[in-house]
Ligand binder design. Structure first.
Ligand code: CO8
Length: 377
């Protein structure tokens, strides 16, 4: 068995920003058009008028100020309300693979490694652009990695669940290094026409290089342990899948996109996530007080504050549990990895941190890491 480290991370940030003000203006224009189109039914009481969204509500309820997207004109067009993506021929790299390759290259460069040092690629995200061939194989080939690749999906916990697979592969010697990559193009399956959730998501891609510790660069993070949990809930759901055609479904049906019972999710997931991390730390002989930093899933600021408070027994600071959702919104599985990517440089050798995701399934994944001072230390 080998000791395993996170050698580096990479980040691809999409080119377009949508502020809450821009988003709300587009939604309110859409609502006005809908209300105009249904004016008679609204007057007759057979149709419910849409009410305006508000930037103040969004920031207060979620902590989100803006989000990045791959394409914004379609999202902000009140007659469209979804991004414009041009279909690509089979001979061209897919959009998911394209941004994944960029994030992987960023991670490889940060570790001073090349594709020749890597034996596997796991593409882990909340949605896949197509069923096959696997995006991971496309990414692997574009990078020039000899070995294997596969896709996996555990919604917002895709990255942490994939980290466990990568860690196990390296630990037992079937790979020297595995790239875990999380291309999250949430804008393509976000319900931009639903006032309750139109503000939640953003696009991004993260990558993590998991490597044998004796091969890892100085300052890498040893993985002390991983712990996964899932328990079924309908409170976050997307019914879109390959059966839609045989079921004569319309891809625009509301249940074919993301939907949730946000308040129930908030109430149920916070205690589960805190307990999960506590138990994980206990199994490693530690308590939350031994942890220098929590890199938490980024869905809602209040959720993160509550979870961190449950763990620490006091109000958490941004130093205890950094926030990136103000800038990125919820980026599904990538959120906790962006937090780690942006906020790990000041962790001293010997200090311990926890990466933790929570989301649809429900699914919770935690990864406990310790900063190393030099390779193999
Ligand atoms: N503008 C103004 N008012 C609004 C708006 C709006 N946009 N939306 C709702 N309101 C109103 C409501 O109508 C309601 O009014 P009233 O009190 O008169 O009925 C009031 O505001 C309060 O509404 P809510 O109870 O819905 O508001 P909350 O305070 O609960 O906040 C949140 C809503 C922000 C959604 C919050 O519940 C939340 O963040 N919950 C946690 C959600 C969460 O963590 N979900 C995880 C999902 S992510 C995941 O697992 C990955 C899925 C895969 C990725 C999919 C990518 C697309």
């Amino acid at each position: 068995m080998h000791r395993v480290a996170i050698s580096s991370t990479g980040l691809f940030t999409p080119p377009n920003v949508i502020t809450n003000a821009e988003l709300v203006a587009a939604y309110n224009a859409y609502a006005a058009l809908q209300n105009e189109a249904h004016a008679d039914a609204i007057a007759a009481g057979t149709h419910t008028a849409l009410t305006d969204s508000s930037a103040e509500f969004i920031e207060k309820a979620s902590g989100i100020q803006r989000r990045y997207v791959m394409e914004k004109t379609g999202v902000l067009d009140p007659t469209r309300m979804r991004p414009h993506f041009t279909p690509r021929p089979d001979t061209e790299i897919s959009l998911m693979a394209e941004i994944a390759v960029k994030a992987c290259q960023d991670a490889l460069q940060a570790a001073g490694k090349t594709a020749a040092d890597v034996d596997g690629v796991i593409c882990a995200a909340a949605n896949m652009q197509r069923p096959y061939p696997a995006m991971a194989v496309e990414i692997q080939t574009a990078l020039g990695v000899q070995g294997y690749g596969f896709d996996m999906n555990v919604a917002c916990s895709s990255a942490t669940f994939a980290l466990e697979q990568a860690v196990n592969a390296v630990r037992c010697g079937s790979a020297r290094a595995v790239l875990v990559v999380n291309p999250e193009i949430t804008s393509a399956h976000q319900a931009w026409i639903d006032r309750d959730c139109h503000f939640i998501f953003g696009d991004v891609c993260t990558a993590i290089l998991v490597e044998r510790l004796d091969l890892a660069p100085a300052g890498a993070f040893e993985v002390l342990g991983t712990k996964l949990l899932s328990t079924f809930s309908n409170n976050i759901r997307n019914n879109h899948g390959f059966m839609w055609r045989a079921e004569d479904r319309n891809p625009e049906d509301r249940d074919q996109l993301f939907r949730q019972e946000g308040r129930k999710v908030f109430k149920e997931v916070c205690p589960m996530a805190a307990e999960h991390m506590e138990q994980h730390l206990e199994s490693l002989g530690m308590t939350p007080q031994n942890v220098r930093r929590f890199w938490l899933h980024q869905a809602n600021l209040g959720m993160n504050q509550l979870i961190a408070k449950k763990l620490l027994g006091r109000e958490a600071t941004l130093d205890d549990a950094p926030v990136i959702l103000d800038e990125f919104a919820n980026t599904a599985s990538a959120g906790s990895i962006i937090a780690f990517h942006r906020h790990h440089a000041d962790i001293a050798a010997g200090e311990v941190g926890v990466i933790c995701s929570f989301g649809a399934g429900y699914s919770i994944g935690s990864v406990v890491v310790k900063r190393l001072s030099s390779a193999g230390a």
